[in-house]
Design a protein around this ligand. Structure first.
Ligand SMILES: Cc1cc2nc3c(=O)[nH]c(=O)nc-3n(C[C@H](O)[C@H](O)[C@H](O)COP(=O)(O)OP(=O)(O)OC[C@H]3O[C@@H](n4cnc5c(N)ncnc54)[C@H](O)[C@@H]3O)c2cc1C
Length: 419
């Protein structure tokens, strides 16, 4: 079957890989000149299966109110509230009950744990390297209240069989030796030894290269997708800046822009662009830099080690589709990396970047069929799109083939929003 993947971010390229391996003739279409030029370009570099948690959590509405007035808050909301943003926030706050959190967390962990097995197999199959490390993630706590609050997450990790250890202030420096240089800053941490790190841009590009050269996937870049054309209840073609392109099946992987394409098909995708920022800092002192990923729980900033760079990512800003680089956000993430790893890198000479996380109100991606039988969705991966990409794409490939899927797909497709 001819399958057309719309979008060449990490979700589109992994979808191409799994669909091709299942024997399909795959084409990938994107408006950019190469893969991973939008949200998959500069993310925080965590492949953090064990850390997959919904942002919509008990207590978040109250915390959000406090954050509005803090200088270095993890969440910022632009003063101009539009109706899409207001609807998204209401839906997100509706997912903040303990019951909804448990349902959403289980769905995310289901996809993420499948991704763990898939990315390891993908690395073995393709041989690609992307400045990757398999040395775990350390969530850092600055207060005892944070240590107490992590108990609920540890119960879910226990149930899902995810290895983890709660560490005291001394033990965190055994995992990340540079933390010994900032004594007294953290009271402890949660270590997830099986999490991974790497550069998502390199991963996506090297996988795309493998797909093109070894598997024969056809990539069409610099092509803007304009609309879908439906005839007799099926998608007949995609109208693009390069004319009409046809296939037997179409998979939407357009990240934050997915809702615009399927709206005319009567499909409402509750995906909102949640802006985030990153810094890429040259390493100046290996001993003062992280060895893997740490997540500063207070500021929700992740700091990951690549070969000779440190990637620092964080902040959530509700500002529609603006990609403006705001200096106040740079100040926040610079402050955190200087605070945690003061001797690790040259923060003044960092590359500053922003991207739009394709967030759903329940933080869970949308994977599966639509009411149009040759139109599929693999989108809405929000905060942990790289982490969940391989598992989502493998599941999607099983569903497109009508095979018994490798994991339970219930609660993952768009029909969960029908009510
Ligand atoms: C600051 C920050 C830190 C993050 N940190 C992490 C992390 O550490 N770990 C993690 O797992 N995730 C992280 N994420 C999330 C992750 O980066 C995203 O979930 C993921 O990149 C989404 O991938 P995607 O392929 O769905 O979207 P994208 O990468 O945005 O790809 C969508 C593609 O669609 C194309 N497109 C869109 N519209 C059109 C059109 N009309 N015509 C043609 N092409 C079109 C775009 O060009 C783009 O290439 C982070 C995100 C941010 C912003």
């Amino acid at each position: 079957m001819k399958v057309m993947i719309l979008g060449s971010g990490v979700v589109g390229v992994t979808s191409a890989y799994y669909l091709d391996r299942q024997g399909h003739e795959v084409t990938v279409v994107d408006r950019q000149p190469s893969p991973a030029m939008e949200t998959s370009y500069g993310n925080a570099g965590q492949v953090s299966f064990g850390f997959s948690s919904p942002w919509a959590a008990p207590g978040i509405p109250q915390k959000a109110m406090k954050w509005l007035f803090q200088e270095h808050a993890p969440l910022k909301i632009q003063p101009k509230l539009d109706s899409t943003m207001a609807r998204f926030m209401l839906q997100m706050f509706g997912n903040c009950s303990a019951e909804r959190y448990a349902v959403n967390k289980e769905r995310m962990v289901r996809v993420a744990e499948h991704s763990r097995a898939c990315i390891d197999a993908l690395r073995a199959d393709t041989g690609i390297r992307y400045e990757d490390r398999q040395r775990g993630l350390l969530q850092l706590f600055r207060s005892e209240a944070q240590v107490e609050a992590v108990g609920k997450d540890m119960a879910v990790l226990e149930r899902c069989g995810v290895r983890h250890r709660l560490l005291d202030a001394k033990a965190i420096a055994e995992v990340e030796p540079a933390l010994a240089r900032v004594p007294g800053k953290f009271v402890g941490g949660l270590h997830l030894p099986d999490d991974q790190t790497g550069d998502c841009y390199l991963f996506t590009n090297r996988l795309a290269e493998h797909c093109r050269e070894r598997l024969g996937v056809d990539f069409r870049f610099n092509v803007a997708i304009q609309r879908l054309k439906r005839v007799a209840g099926r998608i007949e073609s995609v109208v693009t800046s390069d004319g009409e392109l046809t296939a037997d099946a179409y998979v939407v992987c357009l990240g934050s822009y997915s809702p615009f394409l399927v709206k005319d098909m009567g499909i409402k995708l509750p995906i909102y662009p949640v802006k985030g920022y990153s810094l890429t800092v040259p390493v100046t002192d290996d001993g003062g830099a992280p060895q893997s990923t740490v997540m500063d729980e207070t500021f929700k900033v992740a700091i990951s080690r690549f070969d000779d760079r440190i990637r620092v990512g964080g902040t959530a800003e509700l500002a529609a589709y603006s990609l403006e680089l705001l200096e106040q956000r740079r100040a926040t993430i610079s402050m955190v990396v200087r605070d945690v790893f003061p001797e690790g890198g040259d923060v003044a000479n960092a590359e500053f970047w922003t991207g739009l996380r394709p967030m759903t109100p329940d933080s869970t991606p949308i994977i599966g069929a639509t009411r149009i039988d040759n139109l599929w969705l693999n989108t809405g991966h929000g905060t942990l799109g790289w982490t969940m990409s391989c598992g989502s794409a493998q599941l999607l490939a099983d569903l497109v083939d009508g095979r018994q899927p490798a994991i339970d797909p219930s609660g993952l497709d768009v029909s969960r929003y029908a009510a």
